[in-house]
Design a protein around this ligand. Structure first.
Ligand SMILES: *Cc1c(COP(=O)(O)O)cnc(C)c1O
Length: 396
């Protein structure tokens, strides 16, 4: 996920446009900003690239998730179904609103298992939040069917799979709402930033207000605007948005290179005994930011991971013991170690994560290795890396 690898003259030019006027804020100061509205420009271009009607930029991917949930009216005590394999932002964004994260098993797609999702639905469930981890997607069709059956919101976390598609639609555009991160290690970056997209105007109107203290953004006198609802500050700065304008122009080149490098790596190891690949749901196209594969069992996977690192294959991840991406590493969540008191709804309704059975997730995660795909590698470097991967995996 290498947006930072391609930072260059285009990004500097966009940022300079903003620096020349000194108007670092996305709203107001119309006469002083030399016609530059970088956040607005990014929003319009991003909505078009994602084939949706609306986009709201915010300060991070985590705030995108919070703003999306808030915009759909989710609040205290509402249950949001999320996977056991994701980034900590998933439960952070839910708990921020006093809503309750319900953790559910993944399957061989490394994302939400639709059967486990359906089994977890209660009268308080309001939303299903699949997370398209490591470049590939959840079975969105199955999840959408469940959402329609139970009248739930489908919110896609596409932070790690920007540019991938399902049924020909860009990931993030298939559900009711989609969220993206432009933090420094994502496929395209703003330094820090995020986006909410939707085809439903009322969600994005709500998002627009919620991310800016409730401002209705009516007219051009900020002080005179009204505040139909309580809001917060999740605004992006004009400087960060400017970086994003340039990065968005590079997204298709990045995706093409990722696909090329991924394919070389995949072909190299596909013949190795015991190596199988993560399932991509039918009609799905990955964004190729990671190559994800399984070993026959956890012990072999740990040996394989060690062998890869020893062979110099950096950027290979064994998530099962990772502090940030799998429930095994989230002791702070399991023990609800909050600095202050948590909302009563969370304390009362939260599942006991120390005793809930996640053996199905363990089964898949303990066998999984993911190798990061970078764009800066030369053809020779990719070939060499692919050969090292093959050799390391064959050796165990
Ligand atoms: C990066 C990421 C986020 C959060 O994005 P930030 O911009 O870092 O807040 C959320 N979900 C997933 C899956 C991510 O990878």
């Amino acid at each position: 996920m290498p947006g930072f690898e391609v930072f260059g003259a285009e990004e500097r030019k966009q940022v300079n446009d903003v620096l020349e006027s000194g108007i670092l804020m996305r709203y107001g100061f119309d006469a002083m900003r030399n016609g530059h509205w970088k956040a607005k420009e990014f929003e319009e271009a991003f909505a078009e690239r994602m084939q949706v009607n609306h986009c709201q930029l915010v300060s991070s991917g985590t705030s995108a998730l919070t703003v999306a949930l808030a915009s759909a009216g989710i609040g205290a005590g509402d249950e949001v179904i999320m996977p056991t394999f994701t980034f900590v932002a998933s439960f952070e964004s839910i708990m921020m609103l006093g809503a309750v994260p319900v953790l559910v098993d993944i399957d061989d797609t490394l994302t939400l298992d639709p059967a486990a999702v359906e089994a977890a639905i209660t009268p308080r469930t309001r939303c299903i939040m699949p997370v398209h981890m490591c470049g590939s997607m959840a079975d969105l069709k199955a999840l959408k069917n469940i959402c329609e059956k139970y009248n739930l919101l489908l919110l896609e976390d596409a932070c790690q799979a920007i540019g991938g598609t399902f049924e020909g639609k860009p990931l993030g555009s298939y559900g009711d709402l989609g969220c993206f991160s432009f933090d420094f290690v994502k496929t395209i970056t703003c330094g820090e930033g995020g986006a909410v997209i939707s085809n439903f105007e009322h969600y994005i109107t709500n998002a627009d207000q919620y991310q800016d203290h409730g401002h209705d953004h009516d007219g051009n006198d900020r002080g005179a605007e009204t505040h139909p609802h309580l809001g917060y500050n999740f605004r992006i700065s004009e400087l960060n948005a400017a970086v994003g304008v340039a990065q968005l122009g590079k997204i298709d080149t990045i995706l093409d290179i990722q696909k090329k490098h991924y394919t070389i790596m995949r072909n190299a190891i596909s013949g190795v005994e015991g190596v199988t690949f993560r399932r991509v749901p039918e009609t799905g196209v990955e964004n190729y930011s990671f190559l994800n594969f399984f070993l026959p069992d956890g012990e072999t996977a740990q040996k394989a991971h060690k062998a890869l690192l020893e062979a110099g294959v950096d950027g290979s991840f064994y998530w099962f013991t990772n502090n940030w991406h799998y429930i095994n590493g989230w002791e702070h969540l399991r023990e609800l170690k909050s600095m202050g008191s948590l909302p009563a709804e969370i304390k009362e309704q939260m599942q006991d994560l120390n005793t809930t059975d996640f053996s199905q997730s363990d089964h898949w995660m303990s066998r999984t290795i993911s190798c990061l795909v970078k764009v800066g590698w030369s053809e020779e470097e990719v070939q060499k890396r692919a050969a090292s991967m093959k050799e390391a995996l064959s050796s165990i």
